[in-house]
Design a protein around this ligand. Structure first.
Ligand code: PRP
Length: 208
């Protein structure tokens, strides 16, 4: 699991417990998923390149640093949308792409219904977002879409993952880094992560 980082930070784990709890309502769930995403963003971007920049403070000339490369945030719809706002607040110049996939309820394979990506993915760091990595099919498909569009540096930021999904990603997306808040026990018969946090899309948007 060389490419996989589990961010075992107390603030994230505290919020993850809130997200997992079935008593957490939709409003609180949305806030919590967003807050976790913001905290995870810090870890997933810690090696981004910077270049020096000369500026003047109100008191003196000095040299600071600014990010040198483009950043593209790509949520996998729907559930990944719940992680966008916090990241966009922290990286306001980031561009946002969208990939729409739904998992077929019988075959469990992802069906694509929408893609809109910014140009120049080649020279950007892509932060791919989805709170759940179950079989890994959706993330794998998204990785393929991003690769076809030219992306080179793709980092997946998820919240809960099943070991099966992580293995699938490591087998098929060898150059993608994974940042997770937790690796759960596994998948149930419906290919849901257990213990997991339920269906993140439905909990975010109140559709069940
Ligand atoms: C869920 C979840 C992930 C995907 C994970 O989405 O949000 O995108 O399934 O499963 P996988 O790793 O086996 O592909 P779903 O297809 O239910 O769509 P939604 O986000 O619109 O609810």
């Amino acid at each position: 699991m060389n490419n996989t980082t589990v961010i075992n930070h107390p603030l994230i784990q505290n919020k993850l417990t809130k997200a997992r709890n079935r008593m957490t309502d939709s409003k609180m769930f949305r806030e919590t998923i967003n807050e976790i995403a913001g905290l995870m963003c810090y870890e997933a971007t810690k090696d981004l390149k910077t270049v020096p920049m000369n500026i003047e403070t109100p008191l003196a000339k000095t040299q600071g640093e600014v990010l040198s490369d483009g950043i593209v945030i790509v949520p996998i719809m729907r559930a990944g949308l719940g992680m966008v706002d916090a990241m966009h607040m922290l990286i306001p110049h980031a561009k946002i792409g969208h990939i729409g996939l739904y998992r077929d309820e019988t075959s469990f394979t992802p069906e694509k219904y929408y893609t809109k990506l910014p140009k120049d993915l080649e020279n950007s760091t892509v932060l791919l977002l989805d709170p759940m990595l179950a079989t890994g099919g959706s993330v794998r498909r998204s990785y393929e879409i991003l690769k076809e569009a030219g992306a080179k540096d793709i980092r997946f930021i998820g919240i809960v993952a099943a070991p099966e999904g992580i293995k699938a990603i490591e087998d098929h997306c060898p150059d993608m880094r994974l940042y997770l808040a937790a690796i759960d026990e596994g998948l149930n018969d419906s290919k849901f992560i257990t213990p997991g946090l339920g269906d993140a899309g439905d909990r975010l948007y109140g559709t069940k």
